[in-house]
Design a protein around this ligand. Sequence first.
Ligand SMILES: [Zn+2]
Length: 68
Amino acid sequence: MLLITCPVTNTDELVAERRIRSVVNHPTHIALHVECPCGGVHVYRTGRRWESARRPAAARPAPELTPA
Ligand SMILES: [Zn+2]
């Protein structure tokens, strides 16, 4: 499970890992494209390695990143 903050409803949402649409590995961070309960797809980034990212963690919105 992954805890995200929806930028649309501004609420914390707990989403299943299968809702992660794609993971993009960047040199400085990992970008997660997550299907949100609000119906949209939001991009979050984490500085952790993928192994750590699989654990429940709070991810903050990364509005400066645009979906690929
Ligand atoms: Zn949302």
